[in-house]
Design a protein. Structure first.
Length: 749
């Protein structure tokens, strides 16, 4: 159930006219210009709404609106769009690459205190892989540039204390959440501090000569450091960081709060209070429209003010169509994650030495040296045919400091995004020092993307859906900055299409033996299957699964990554996916995944329940990123079109955002089960997609069924042994980009 939809009913009678609503909804309303925004605020006041935030950078407000007045407000002249103010959470750490904390005992962290780029030492691999050190002298190592870290707050720890700054009136940065902590507090959730270190860290990590971490570092970077001085440096170690806290200590925030943080950055820039050059956003959320919405409007406004927005693509890979807003917005840079050999090998050897007494884990877990796109990194294409990620950078096993100066290895596109933001800061500082003016954000964007190296990544991962333009290359980006007529470098990679089985039809069953997939470590392949209103079942049979058993010697065993997702786009972890690591040595070489119009079954066990989602069902198989060997499996897919068509809708109607329609449905005595199906035109097979919700209420109010308030399209609610009498069905226009038509079907048995 969506947190933004909380319905309280008070029924004074048994007819529709007797239903009184006590519902309020949290929304963001975009207006057509400043005059329309002012008129909107007056209209909201007249409607009994409460305006919580008025944005200055875009003509929009965040408000709580009585539900029965939302449709009226949404239809008002000058209103462009209404979006629900949804909850936002930090991206989950990838299952295949969990955060690994280091013990603080015997490890000392101290600031370096370097103020000149020429005095910066060679540091650990975070920045070496981008070539940033090669341009530190030319760019002042980021001196003069400011990066706003829009995240959980950024603490002044030993690594970035030199870099964290305030602004006039905001000496400790800005916070849009109310948890009692400043944006610089070391008690904040550590994500934003870790991200800030990837941009501008400048500290030394001292280790004892027999420390397993030191032994692992020295093995893969021989002769570069001494154990008492392992410098940990960001991409731009002399840049400044401005903390913008939009996520609280529990890892939660809201769309309106994130917009408030971005609006604050834009206000500082436009007023001249703080010359922010770059925004890093290692955050993401779902989207029904890959090009429009308040995030897209705010990102564009920042771009026009010459603030470049760099955003994490998401950790929902390796399946296609999984890049999240705001990375998906046209004027941002979407960053995917790379798995480079050296940092991975350091981590694996450290774990082997420290916990297993088993040296040489790097050669087991990472026997080949090629650069890969990380298994978890979100892929394209977008719904409008763009590549998805624009660029890729290191995002696995990044070594960085927490607010309390402890260290950890972290993975995710959250770590890749600040690498790009840091190099953008180098370019911005260079431009301002050289030409005495801010770099144009579009020029920065084009310089970074047009100079990306498409050949750094090994051929198996060179699809633009996986790597965009290629790997971040700092020296090439600096060289590109001075060129004329730089290309925009937005890759139009084409739309996602079915790759298996003919088009579906009624009473047609199609089967395909897809052969054997041989999957190198970290490699994946997609199978895309079209489903429509006639599809009742898709069966995916796994046979001959083979993963060499290395459990006796390896930290993690060879496994097969198996991901199945419905037709939803850019909607991570919402119950419509099977995402598992399949070890045939434990589970056997065969398995069956059955996706029905109503339930998903894995080897006979139900794992999910939902109506079939028309559109493109995606199946991805891969060799997990921690595998030692190639794995393989054979696939056979069968799709049947024997779904009994829904007939004789009890309602057909048109709906807009904010509309709430209440319909009475008679349930006869003796009914064993009643199914309510809500179907509309712009489901997940269409872009942009509408989202409608359905709430079913029993005659005596003892049952208020919210099972139809998901991101499914269509929605379904099933009530067993329903009370006879007049039930109410509430159809809510949760988010509808333009008027849509729906049908309500009711089936008794």
């Amino acid at each position: 159930m969506k947190s933004a939809l909380s319905i309280a009913l008070a029924v004074a009678g048994w007819g529709v006219s007797g239903a009184a609503w006590a519902q309020e909804v949290q929304v963001i309303i975009e207006a057509d210009g400043a005059d329309a925004q002012a008129a909107l605020q007056a209209r909201l006041a007249a409607a009994g709404a409460t305006v919580h935030r008025t944005y200055r950078g875009i003509p929009a407000v965040a408000a709580t609106v009585p539900a029965d007045r939302l449709a009226e407000v949404a239809a008002s002249a000058g209103v462009l769009r209404v979006t629900h103010d949804a909850a936002v959470s930090l991206p989950a750490a990838p299952d295949a690459a969990p955060t690994i904390a280091l013990e603080a005992a015997g490890r000392v962290v101290a600031p370096l205190g370097v103020t000149s780029p020429g005095a910066l030492p060679t540091g650990y691999v975070n920045f070496l892989l981008t070539g940033a050190a090669e341009i530190w002298q030319a760019t002042g190592a980021g001196s003069g540039s400011v990066v706003a870290v829009v995240d959980t707050g950024t603490a002044r720890n030993a690594c970035i204390g030199h870099a964290v700054i305030g602004a006039p009136g905001f000496p400790e940065g800005f916070s849009s959440v109310d948890d009692g902590l400043l944006a610089t507090s070391p008690l904040n959730e550590p994500h934003g501090t870790f991200v800030g270190g990837i941009i501008a860290a400048q500290c030394g990590l001292s280790l004892s000569p027999d420390d397993p971490l030191w032994l692992a570092i020295d093995r893969w970077l021989p002769g570069v450091f001494t154990p008492d001085a392992v410098p940990i440096l960001g991409q731009a170690p002399l840049a400044q960081l401005y903390p913008v806290k939009v996520i609280d200590t529990n890892g939660s925030g809201s769309v309106s709060g994130i917009l408030a943080g971005l609006d604050h950055v834009l206000t500082l820039k436009q007023s001249g209070a703080l010359d922010i050059d770059v925004v890093n956003m290692s955050l993401g959320l779902w989207s029904f429209d890959d090009r429009r919405g308040p995030f897209a409007a705010m990102v564009t406004a920042l771009h026009r003010a010459d603030v470049l927005v760099v955003a994490a693509a998401g950790n929902s890979g390796p399946g296609p169509a999984t890049v999240l807003p705001p990375a998906i917005d046209l004027d941002s840079i979407a960053v995917g994650a790379l798995d480079y050999a050296v940092p991975s090998r350091v981590l694996y050897d450290y774990l082997g030495e420290a916990f297993l007494g088993a040296p040489g884990q790097a050669q087991i877990m990472r026997p080949t040296a090629e650069t890969r796109v990380a298994t978890f990194s979100s892929r394209g294409p977008t719904a409008d045919g763009r590549s998805g990620p624009d660029i890729v950078a290191l995002g696995t096993w990044v070594l960085g400091a927490q607010p309390d100066d402890s260290f950890s290895f972290g993975s995710g596109t959250s770590g890749a995004s600040p690498a790009v933001a840091g190099v953008a800061a180098l370019l911005a500082g260079y431009h301002e020092a050289t030409f005495g003016a801010d770099a144009d954000a579009e020029r920065l964007r084009r310089a970074l993307l047009s100079s990306a190296n498409p050949y750094e990544v090994a051929p198996l991962w060179q699809s633009p859906w996986a790597q965009g333009n290629g790997a971040l290359d700092a020296p090439a980006a600096l060289a590109a900055l001075g060129r004329h007529n730089l290309p925009r470098s937005t890759i139009h990679a084409g739309h996602l299409h079915a790759t298996a089985l003919p088009p579906p039809g009624r009473h047609r069953t199609h089967t395909a033996d897809l052969g054997t997939f041989v999957l190198a470590p970290g490699a994946s392949e997609d199978v895309v299957i079209e489903v429509n209103e006639f599809t009742d079942r898709v069966v995916i049979e796994v046979t001959q699964a083979l993963a060499p058993d290395n459990s006796a010697t390896a930290i993690w065993p060879n496994t097969i990554h198996l991901v199945a997702r419905s037709a939803r786009r850019s909607t991570p972890q919402l119950g419509d996916e099977l995402d598992m690591l399949y070890d045939p040595n434990l589970s056997g070489p065969e398995g069956v995944l059955v996706i029905e119009d109503g339930a998903w079954f894995l080897n006979g066990q139900q794992i999910s329940s939902m109506p079939m989602q028309p559109g493109l069902l995606k199946l991805t198989v891969g060799g997990d990123m921690t595998n030692q060997d190639a794995v393989s499996l054979a696939l056979r897919v069968t799709r049947s079109g024997d779904r009994k068509p829904l007939r004789h809708p009890v309602v057909r109607s048109e709906i807009r955002t904010g509309d709430q329609h209440v319909w009475a449905v008679e349930v006869p005595p003796g009914t064993a089960e009643t199914t309510f199906d809500l179907v509309w035109s712009r489901d997940w097979s269409v872009h942009p997609t509408s989202d409608l919700d359905m709430v079913v209420v029993s005659p005596d109010l003892s049952v208020i069924d919210f099972s139809g308030t998901t991101f499914n399209a269509p929605e379904r609610a099933i009530v067993s042994a329903p009370m006879p009498g007049e039930w109410l069905v509430v159809v809510d226009g949760y988010e509808v980009s333009r008027p849509d038509r729906y049908s309500l079907y009711v089936t008794h048995r």
